[in-house]
Design a binder for this molecule. Sequence first.
Ligand SMILES: C[S@@+](CC[C@H](N)C(=O)[O-])C[C@H]1O[C@@H](n2cnc3c(N)ncnc32)[C@H](O)[C@@H]1O
Length: 263
Amino acid sequence: MGGPAGGKKAAKRCTEAIRRERCERKHDRAQQSIDGGPDAKKMQRIPEPELMDDQDQAAAYAAADWSESHGKIPGYFRERFPDFAAGRVIDLGCGTADVTIRFAKAFPAVTILGVDGSDAMLAFGRSSVRDAGLESRITLEKRYLPDASLEKRNFDAVLCNSLLHHFADPGVFWRTAARCVKPGAPVMIIDLVRPPDHQTAVELVKEHAKGALPVLERDFIASLHAAYSLDEIRQQLISAAMPEFQVDQTDVLHLVAWGRALI
Ligand SMILES: C[S@@+](CC[C@H](N)C(=O)[O-])C[C@H]1O[C@@H](n2cnc3c(N)ncnc32)[C@H](O)[C@@H]1O
């Protein structure tokens, strides 16, 4: 009998189909500009959607093995801030909490608030935090950034991987990062580096996303196109009045921008 439950299910299916179609269109547009745009060879920056709020996208991200890149992140932090050992850390754009968990394991005296605007990513994150037995030290909250309630200089460190290139306005990103933490606190931002051309991006994805689901390959290539160059980030830091921050390229794919929040 097709009572209210059946009607609700049909409506839900319909809403889901519309959402999925919108999301596919959004990604198709980005893909078209990547594949066929007249500037494809020049590798101009092509922004990608901010939130990773599609279920398939989140599932593909959660299923991927990030040990090669994420495994290095706690060490990058320790090298740059050898005195840091304890306190409240905020992980901006924590997604599925893979980095959050690695960081919590490497720094047993920290607690971490992970924030992300995507329910789909956070759902995977919560389940991983539970599986890791870290619920007493990691809290995940849905927050769409910028969020003024986080900009109260309450945290002892900022950690952030692979969020900057999603932000529509990088100035807003840097302001958010600087205002979350106490004066003088460590801030470490890791992101992708935009490759010189489309062909290099394709080769990097082939090499570093072997065996990944097609949706993850698509997102990876879109992220490489959306990423900034080191010089662009240095300019962003000057504009954000954070010129003392340093930017290091750590490998062929990644950079680390780091420094201490303004006193
Ligand atoms: C590439 S993922 C990185 C996730 C995680 N940091 C990691 O390294 O695995 C980028 C995340 O940033 C989130 N995001 C993008 N823009 C955001 C915004 N304005 N506010 C909150 N979250 C955002 C996306 O939803 C996504 O989960």
